[in-house]
Design a binder for this molecule. Structure first.
Ligand code: SF4
Length: 72
């Protein structure tokens, strides 16, 4: 089974790097229908199996806050 990436939104600094590297998996919250974010733009995983693991890992490695990780 494919591993599932998760974003620690507490640590996310909203740089949008992951959404540029891997838009099939990550997107920024804060749009319509995301009231739980209180208007903050944070990365979220909306399609965990949307890209090969190698691409997701690139986003993990590039994240300046190191807040993307594989769920156990
Ligand atoms: S790369 Fe990391 S810090 Fe930047 S938006 Fe994505 S999860 Fe947040």
């Amino acid at each position: 089974m494919a591993r599932i990436p998760v974003v620690d939104q507490e640590s996310c600094i909203s740089c949008e790097v992951c959404t540029h590297i891997c838009p099939e998996v990550f997107r920024m919250t804060g749009g319509e229908g995301h009231e739980h974010t209180h208007g903050e733009h944070k990365s979220e995983v909306y399609n965990p199996t949307g890209a090969p693991e190698a691409i997701i890992e690139q986003a993990m490695d590039a994240c300046p806050a190191a807040c993307i990780y594989w769920q156990d």
